[in-house]
Unconditional design. Structure first.
Length: 279
C-alpha cells in the first residue's frame, strides 16, 4: 500500500525535521566533540559572540571515584596545563578556576581539585573583534583514583553563535569562581585578619555567617612555592575561626618577607579570593 501524505502536512513535517537538524547543528557548533579516555572526557565550550572579549570554557567529565586537580594541587598532584598558542585571532586566554574540593591523597596529605564534572571558564580576548575566532587547546591533566594517570587532549572550536546554547552552563560556572575581596571587607564570610606568629607560622582569622564547613587555601607568588593547606585550629579567639599554616615549601634562597600570597576562602556556596603581602 502506498500512503499519500497531503502536501501541506509533508511540508510541515519537513520543516520540523529541518528545524531539529538546525538545532542539533547549533548545539554542536557551541561545543567541541568530547575527547575521551578510560576515566574522563574533556571538551571546549563557546559562549555568545559579542565584541572582542569572549566567554568560553573547558568542560571535564570524570568517572565516579576519579578526580583531577586545581591550579594548586595541594600536598600532591599535577595541575592542569593548557596551551592556546595555535589559536586563530586570539590575543590572550585567561583560565578562571572554580573553588576546589579537598581530597585525601592516600599518603597522609591533602590534594585539591574536582570530581564528577567541572567547567573552567575562559576569558578570551580577540585580536580583531570583526574576524572569526578559533580556539585551539592542548590540554594536559591528570586523573586520579588510587593512582594518577596523565591525559593529553587536543580540542578546537570556532566562536560563531550570537546566542550560544552553552551560555547558561558558562554563567553557572562563573558563579563558582571565587570573587575578589579584601581583608576586613564587611561580607558575611570574610577574612578579618592575617598575622605572623614567630618566623614560620601565619594565622588567618575568619568570620562566617553560619556553621557550615570552611576551607582555606593558600598560594605563593609563583608556581614553585608549595605552601601547605591551612588547618582550622580547634580553639581560636572569640567570634572568629582561626586557620594556621607554616611557611614551608618556600623555594630555596627565597625570603618570604613581603611575599604576595593568595588566600581562597570557601564556605558553603560562597567563595572569595584575597591577595595579601606578608608582613
Amino acid at each position: 500500500m502506498i500512503a499519500i501524505v497531503p502536501s501541506r502536512a509533508a511540508l510541515g513535517f519537513a520543516a520540523m525535521i529541518l528545524a531539529s537538524l538546525i538545532a542539533v547543528g547549533a548545539r554542536a557548533q557551541d561545543a567541541s566533540p568530547w575527547q575521551e579516555d578510560a576515566h574522563s572526557a574533556v571538551r571546549l565550550l563557546a559562549g555568545s559572540r559579542s565584541g572582542a572579549v569572549l566567554l568560553g570554557g573547558i568542560a571535564f567529565q570524570l568517572k565516579p571515584g576519579w578526580h583531577t586537580y586545581w591550579r594548586t594541587p595541594g600536598d600532591s598532584g599535577v595541575p592542569p596545563r593548557f596551551d592556546f598558542s595555535k589559536s586563530d585571532n586570539v590575543e590572550a586566554v585567561t583560565v578562571l578556576w572554580p573553588a576546589p574540593t579537598k581530597f585525601d591523597d592516600g599518603a597522609g596529605g591533602i590534594s585539591l581539585g574536582y570530581h564528577d564534572q567541572v567547567v573552567l571558564p575562559l576569558r578570551i580576548v580577540a585580536k580583531n573583534a570583526e574576524k572569526p575566532v578559533t580556539l585551539r587547546a592542548e590540554i594536559n591533566y591528570a586523573v586520579c583514583e588510587k593512582l594518577c594517570i596523565p591525559v593529553q587532549a587536543n580540542a578546537e572550536l570556532t566562536f560563531n553563535s550570537v546566542a550560544s546554547t552553552e551560555d547558561s552552563a558558562l554563567f553557572a560556572a562563573l558563579d563558582t569562581v571565587p570573587k575578589p575581596a579584601n581583608v576586613g571587607d564587611p561580607n558575611p564570610l570574610t577574612i578579618r585578619d592575617v598575622k605572623r606568629e614567630g618566623r614560620s607560622e601565619v594565622l588567618v582569622d575568619v568570620v562566617s555567617p553560619d556553621t557550615r564547613p570552611l576551607n582555606l587555601f593558600v598560594e605563593g607568588p609563583t608556581p614553585d612555592w608549595g605552601l601547605p593547606v591551612p588547618k582550622l585550629l580547634e580553639h581560636g579567639p572569640p567570634g572568629v575561626k582561626r586557620f594556621a599554616f607554616a611557611l614551608e615549601g618556600v623555594p630555596p634562597g627565597v625570603n618570604p618577607e613581603g611575599a604576595a600570597l593568595k588566600l581562597t576562602l570557601v564556605g558553603g556556596d560562597r567563595a572569595y579570593e584575597f591577595n595579601i603581602n606578608l608582613d
